[in-house]
Write a protein that binds this ligand. Structure first.
Ligand code: MG
Length: 387
């Protein structure tokens, strides 16, 4: 038993039960295996790039909006609180959260959809799989192996969704998608923490951007309940503090419900260990039915009114065009990419034909930050721009 593991519930993922790393390494001396995973993620290049990648708002729209880096930190914060309350493995949950978006393209979902379209005949592009590719292959930091050589459990958590076709090619990591089993509770937690974080910070960012209003949000039970409490208790509160107070309370409400409902479902299922957790057909971590419905209502509202706001759609349209044009130009002529990416494209084309070449171009584009993609697009298409 590692002295740093803390007090874990029997159903948590224990370090000693890890399925290990792809390339065996000596155990860390002063950390747990999952702390080591987390630290490797924090030091990675892909992690630093998250600061200039966005989900809803493009990076140059303002300094106040969330980026994928601050999003990932918020997700990790929520997961850590819940992990402690439920006796789960906190460093594992944190590692998964910090890594969960590493494979995202520039420009959020618009970039991902465009790149998926470009890659359609070559196996598609999926950001979860790309996150795994980043930590397994693309990071170049260690003399002895490609990637970060993370533990099975962190990699399992990163791979949130996966098609059956892709699962078949992923070996042990793909098994659960074929057998319809669950990942560890820490992975389930990372998933739900992601939802809590983005729904709430998108409310905050959406109001700040003037795309959604407090009046509209008051139509939603989950917002209205906290809004009524705050306005009754603090009449005349300024708008910024009002919004932050409501959002803060919504996060608290969701987190508390997640802890209570999950504790109840864990108690009812009484898993003896993580293998019992994995064997179940449904996740054990969950919101209660009422809160799940309210949370879903908020999610639907944001989809309709924020993500499909015409100003956001104009941006996503532009972003999609940038990604497509970069891909088309570089796929036709890989020599337009920097030298190391040309070399990767040649190597991958030798192994896998046109699909290999396409994958190398997708890797290059997926690694770009928003502003780098815009600059690279200008360099390729504006005759007056320096190359
Ligand atoms: Mg996320």
């Amino acid at each position: 038993m590692n002295a740093f593991a803390g007090t874990l519930a029997p159903y948590a993922q224990h370090d000693a039960a890890s399925r290990g790393r792809r390339f065996p390494e000596p155990a860390p001396r002063h950390r747990t295996e999952y702390q080591r995973d987390r630290d490797r993620i924090v030091h990675s290049t892909a992690f630093r790039r998250l600061v200039y990648k966005t989900q809803v708002f493009v990076n140059h729209e303002g300094d106040l909006f969330r980026t994928r880096l601050t999003h990932s930190l918020e997700v990790a914060q929520i997961a850590r609180s819940v992990a402690r309350a439920l006796g789960l493995n906190e460093p594992l949950a944190e590692a998964i959260c910090l890594a969960h978006d590493l494979g995202h393209t520039p420009f959020g979902h618009a970039g991902q959809d465009a790149l998926h379209e470009c890659m359609r005949e070559f196996g598609g592009f999926e950001h979860n799989l790309q996150s795994l590719r980043v930590v397994d292959e693309l990071e170049e930091r260690y003399a002895e192996f490609a990637g970060l050589n993370l533990t099975f459990e962190t990699r399992e958590g990163i791979l949130k969704h996966c098609s059956v076709a892709n699962a078949r090619q992923l070996g042990d990591l793909g098994e659960r998608f074929l057998e319809r089993h669950q990942p560890s509770l820490e992975a389930q937690l990372a998933n739900l923490s992601d939802e809590i974080a983005y729904n709430n910070h998108d409310v905050d960012d959406g109001i700040r951007a003037g795309l959604i209003t407090i009046d509209e949000l008051n139509e939603l039970a989950i917002f209205r309940r906290q809004h009524d409490v705050v306005t009754a208790r603090y009449p005349g509160l300024g708008v910024r503090r009002l919004v932050h107070e409501v959002v803060r309370r919504m996060i608290d409400y969701l987190v508390n419900d997640l802890i209570d409902a999950s504790a109840a479902s864990i108690a009812a299922a009484a898993p003896a260990g993580v293998e019992d957790v994995r064997a179940r057909p449904e996740p054990l971590l969950r919101f209660g039915p009422e809160v799940a419905a309210e949370h879903l209502e908020l999610k639907r509202y944001l989809r309709q009114h924020l993500y499909r706001h015409y100003k956001v759609l104009r941006m996503t349209n532009k972003a999609g065009r940038v990604v497509r044009e970069l891909f088309d130009a570089m796929f036709v002529d890989v020599d337009l990419m920097p030298t190391e990416h040309q070399q990767a494209a040649r190597r991958m084309e030798a192994e896998d034909g046109r699909a290999g070449r396409a994958r190398a171009v997708a890797d290059y584009i997926a690694g770009m930050t928003d502003r780098f993609a815009i600059l690279e697009h200008r360099r390729l298409f504006e005759p007056s721009e320096r190359t």
